[in-house]
Design a protein around this ligand. Structure first.
Ligand SMILES: [Zn+2]
Length: 101
């Protein structure tokens, strides 16, 4: 079982991953996630890359275990599998577009 302290230790960047997802400034869920990613640019190596890695790790563990998925949501209520998948996809796209020679 994923405990609260383990969530904070292993997935610190997922705790408030939905911080902007409910902001009325954005027309869609995807646009809000994109807005958060873009706001961190160009310092993406310090937050975006590790956050994408944490999102992918969590998604893999959620796919293996429903109890992990439930525990993750109980400690990081915004870390839905939908949000993690969108964040990982848009994060990869951002890195491909802006951080390759
Ligand atoms: Zn960037």
């Amino acid at each position: 079982m994923l405990t609260r302290w383990e969530t904070w230790a292993r997935f610190p960047l997922l705790i408030d991953i939905d911080r902007w997802a409910h902001d009325d400034e954005y027309d869609s869920f995807e646009a809000s996630v994109q807005g958060r990613i873009d706001a961190g640019h160009p310092l993406c190596d310090s937050e975006l890359v590790p956050a994408v890695a944490q999102a992918l790790e969590a998604l893999a563990l959620c796919a293996e275990s429903g109890s992990f998925a439930a525990a993750l949501l109980s400690h990081a209520s915004g870390a839905t599998q939908d949000l993690l998948a969108v964040y990982a996809e848009l994060g990869h796209a951002h890195m491909r577009t802006h951080h390759r020679p």
